[in-house]
Design a protein around this ligand. Sequence first.
Ligand SMILES: [Zn+2]
Length: 263
Amino acid sequence: MPLGRFRYALFASGVALATPAPAATMIPDSPPDMNLCLQTAATRVPMPAQQALARIEGFPRKLLALRSYLRAEKDLALRWSWTDEQIRSYEASPEYAQAMEQIAQVQRRFAALNPGYALYVNREVRSLDLQLQRWNSNASVGKTADALAAAARSVCKPGSESFAAWLAAWVPSPPPNLAAPGLSPHGQARAFDFQIKRGDVLIAGTDSQRIAQDWVRTGWTKKLERAVREASPAFVGPLRTPNEPWHYSYAPERLAIPATIPR
Ligand SMILES: [Zn+2]
């Protein structure tokens, strides 16, 4: 590459790095006054959340995520998903080994109680990138976000200071089946999803459309609950809101409590 072009490329990339787009601006698919309400409310949330908002596609999905960021308040920084570097350091820690052993105990108990079946558990900490990707494409998020955006139109007034409070108090019905990007407990290895397989066939997975037929009618919700309860006190669940029979919180501080049956 000729020197001139090389220097230009450096200069151009330097400019791009030095001037990141302000969070929550340049949203083409909503009227300008709605953007202003969003931007004003977004100034109340900390920087990682503002940066995440800038990467969320479309006004309704941004608004729905901002609602969660406002509600998280001071806990946001504490709950915020780990960076790749933090994930790597966790994966080299004794805490990670302990979590893997607790999962293995649940898998062994489940297999003993349900011959022919096995639990599949994704052990990877869910990165912010993946959470953003899912939030931007998930249909249930889109549906709830559209309902929120429609409701917000009558509330957003020029210069309104109360919009953020209204947004934080708005209750989605039904709730979206994803946490806002950055706030998933999977982002700090504080939750694991247990899916049921027979051989290579997924019998009950994480599809919220199939809960009634795959989890409830077949009894897998209860069978998984039993195996978890008997294997390890570290898992609490399943998640009720939204209803996710596969999702259990991981609370290693509970490991001081003995499991319900001796191992
Ligand atoms: Zn989950």
